[in-house]
Design a binder for this molecule. Sequence first.
Ligand SMILES: [Zn+2]
Length: 289
Amino acid sequence: MREKLNILIHGEPKSGKTTFAVRKNPGVLILDTEGSSKLVKGVKREVITSMAQMDVVLNRIKSGEVTTVVIDTLDELVNNFAKQETVRKGGDNVQTNGQLTIKGYGVLRDRFLTLTRAYRDAGADVLTICHSELVEKPEGGKKWAMKLPSDYAREVMAMMDVVGFLEVARTGKEDVRRVHFRKTPHFDAGCRLVYDAVEDKRIDVLPPHVDDPSLIDVIRAYDNFFDGDGRGYLTCGACKVETATQKAVSPKGNEYDLCDKCCAVVKAKWEEETKEPFETNNPDRAKAQ
Ligand SMILES: [Zn+2]
């Protein structure tokens, strides 16, 4: 069995971060700090109004009641609720003008890093969503970075297995939502390599980017790596968009990884051509879903 995953997705406003979390995956619990999920139908949703509430939900996750949780969004949690809580504590955390002191910022930082760590270790797959903003790089030029103080962002990223940057890519024809899993000069991203002891090599479970992505596909890629056929993320060989869930062997003996929809199409086509029934579903991959 694989370890639980910690995934962070950041992206431009309206890039589809909440959709990424819930697409094809109604079993998630959304911890909604800013009302962004109120137009999402069919998922469990908890509106978060304080840090204390985050502690309460944490205990429900630890009890095993929740297996996939989404923090939507981290920047709102830090910049609003964690900050409010620190200001309320008062003392030498707060200046006379109501702004946090340097000590206050330290208290805030410790509070939210402790909470992030507790969620990481609670026994659920955790997706953390964060807004991005364009920031000046020290070496010149701009890049997309998490909307958090840069030292906070670095520490959060260090805790994650996967950091993805979500954008609306202009492909020339239709706009497509695309998530990147490799760092470039234009945005922060990256994922931990996993080690295959049998093959003695380190493997990227995720490709450099995925179009029309979803959290469940990312989780499935890790399930496939650890409990399935060991190959990680597979894109459908026919439509090149959906996740491959089935293996199909053509009448000529060639193997294809296909999504459910494309698999049904090729199966019908082959049966039409050969007048013989085709077994296309691969039991290993079906099990991993
Ligand atoms: Zn397909």
